[in-house]
Design a protein around this ligand. Structure first.
Ligand code: ZN
Length: 445
């Protein structure tokens, strides 16, 4: 199995892209050097943008072809790697140090590029017909070649308006053209429709591709680790002292779970529980929507949801140490008011970190309530009916998880994300009145 670091190092080399220099150069001294990257992919270094070469049973596919005067040398270097026919030439963008060899290699294979690459090359009077891409696309295309899918992804204007990220999905190699330059800031060619914000977005997308690749080899271990979790909890559960079975003689004739709802306070507690679990769901539902609206990356949105989960876990770890100092109902009221306040300000959070701060407060509030709901439930119900009460609570939560996302979709479509946040804020904050009125322990009549 390949280790991660060499992969990153190789990828770094692969990402290294040359400068676009069309000043007079002495190409006679340029040597073409082939460097193995990963799988059946090699990188050719010469002058200008690096070339990726895929070799194998289907023949040869190259990404970019440097300058025209180097074409013969490049051909010879490819021949040494694989004497098969050159079937495809993929262009990452139109600059001369990436497409200069098109006229030479276009006679051998099919040139594939973004539509703007063809338009820009065709706009130059000295471009021969063979140098023009034959197959063009606008957003996405795939070439299935040498046993892997090679994805051509256009993410919008970056270095130019026709940049393509080329992802060799099985080998785990990304050719970035000039979207990435080693040790210096990439060049944004405004004259070719480049865009700085777009360039940052493109690099971020490429990093996500790399992150997926880095974590994929961990999977077998990851699943093994997950397997140990239920086993560990089973072992721990065995250490919990057994509780005496419920006294069945206390059950009155005709008792069923529904008449538990007549217990003073229980209906209110279930309402409070429903509002709190809906708050949780609405947050998970809206953060990606809001984040997408604001143009945040998937990783930024994931981070906001991640800090929420960390805050929930942290407050639950703290609860055993704080429980004896806290009154359940006060915590419920405080948590609901906090959730309402957080929902009120959330739509004003225009930066990912501000959303993160909101998520932390919400995580503290919502994380603290579940243990409080459970203890209150125990206090409100007679001991021999705890099981039924817990079942009622589970039913409310499951019903809410099934129905509420539908309601969120409808309300969200009508009011927008902001409206939905505020509606939920008002609901959960007014629910604190019900929380305040949950009465003391009592028994069934
Ligand atoms: Zn370039």
């Amino acid at each position: 199995m390949r280790t991660i670091l060499p992969f990153v190092a190789r990828l770094g080399l692969m990402l290294l892209a040359g400068t676009w220099l069309v000043t007079a150069q002495d190409f006679s001294k340029v040597q073409i050097k082939a460097i193995p990257v990963a799988g059946n992919i090699h990188m050719l270094e010469g002058q200008g943008g690096n070339i990726a070469v895929s070799t194998g049973p289907d023949g040869v596919l190259i990404v970019d072809d440097q300058f025209a005067p180097l074409a013969e040398k490049i051909s010879a270097a490819i021949e040494k790697l694989d004497s098969g026919p050159i079937r495809f030439v993929l262009n990452t963008h139109w600059h001369g140090d990436h497409t200069g060899g098109n006229a030479h290699f276009g006679k051998k294979g099919t040139i594939v590029a973004h539509a703007n690459v063809r338009t820009r090359l065709a706009g130059k009077s000295d471009t021969p017909k063979e140098a023009l891409p034959v197959f063009t696309f606008t957003n996405f295309a795939s070439v299935h070649f040498n046993g892997e899918e090679i994805r051509l992804i256009h993410l919008g204007p970056g270095h130019t308006d026709g940049d393509t990220l080329i992802h060799f999905t099985k080998s785990g190699v990304v050719h970035m053209g000039d979207l990435f330059t080693n040790r210096r800031f990439p060049f944004v060619d405004l004259g070719s429709g480049g865009n700085l914000a777009g360039l940052l977005h493109d690099i971020e997308a490429a990093l996500e591709l790399i992150a997926i690749r880095l974590f994929a080899p961990l999977q077998p271990w990851f699943w093994m680790l997950l397997l140990t979790l239920p086993l560990a909890s089973l072992a721990w559960a065995g250490r919990v002292p057994p509780e005496a079975p419920a006294d069945r003689s206390q059950h009155a004739q005709g008792d069923n779970a529904w008449n538990l709802l007549r217990l003073p306070g229980l209906l209110r507690l279930l309402l409070v529980n429903w509002l709190l679990s809906s708050s949780w769901d609405v947050h998970s539902f809206l953060v990606p929507v809001l984040g997408h609206e604001r143009g945040f990356s998937a990783s930024a949105i994931g981070l906001v949801l991640g800090v929420f989960a960390v805050a929930v876990a942290a407050v639950r770890l703290a609860i055993p140490f704080l429980a004896h100092r806290l009154a359940e109902r006060k915590v419920l009221v405080f948590a609901m008011l906090t959730a309402g306040a957080v929902f009120a300000v959330y739509p004003f959070a225009h930066q990912a970190w501000v959303m993160g701060v909101c998520a932390v407060f919400l995580g503290f509030a919502l994380g603290a309530v579940q243990p409080m709901v459970m203890t209150t439930l125990h206090q409100l119900t007679p001991p021999h009916r705890h099981g039924e009460a817990i079942a009622l609570r589970s039913m409310v939560i499951n019903l809410s998880s099934a129905v509420m996302p539908l309601a969120f979709g409808l309300v969200g479509a009508a009011l927008g994300a902001t409206g939905l946040f505020w509606a939920m804020g008002v609901l959960v904050a007014s629910g604190s009145i019900a929380a305040r009125r949950i009465g003391p322990q009592s028994a069934l009549p």
